[in-house]
Design a binder for this molecule. Structure first.
Ligand SMILES: Nc1nc2c(ncn2[C@@H]2O[C@H](COP(=O)(O)OP(=O)(O)OP(=O)(O)O)[C@@H](O)[C@H]2O)c(=O)[nH]1
Length: 80
């Protein structure tokens, strides 16, 4: 997985309607996302492409992370 430091990351843990699907914390652990550190905002969202559950929430989280990052970038620029 290519991750650019600081860029908001959304991981969709799909097929959560399937009983054998990995739970969200396990997906996060196996991808080693905790190693990214606080500088890379991220969200691991459980979802099901079959019924759409979790998709809106995931995209909403990504949108919020992008807005927050933009605000922080603007603040950083105005302080220079
Ligand atoms: N139950 C369920 N089935 C899904 C979901 N998303 C995809 N599928 C089904 O899983 C099968 C494989 O589709 P994909 O996941 O798109 O394809 P893939 O990535 O090549 O295959 P996988 O490695 O099996 O995921 C198809 O029959 C899809 O309809 C989901 O959220 N829930």
């Amino acid at each position: 997985m290519l991750v650019v430091a600081g860029v908001p990351l959304l991981v969709l843990a799909n097929k959560q309607d399937v009983p054998a699907a990995l739970a969200v914390p396990e997906v996060e652990r196996r991808l080693g996302l905790q190693e990214l550190g606080a500088g890379t905002p991220r969200c691991v969202q459980g979802c099901s492409a079959r019924d759409g559950l979790g998709l809106h929430q995931g995209l909403r989280s990504l949108y919020d992370m992008i807005l927050k990052r933009r605000r922080l970038q603007r603040l950083g620029r105005s302080k220079r």
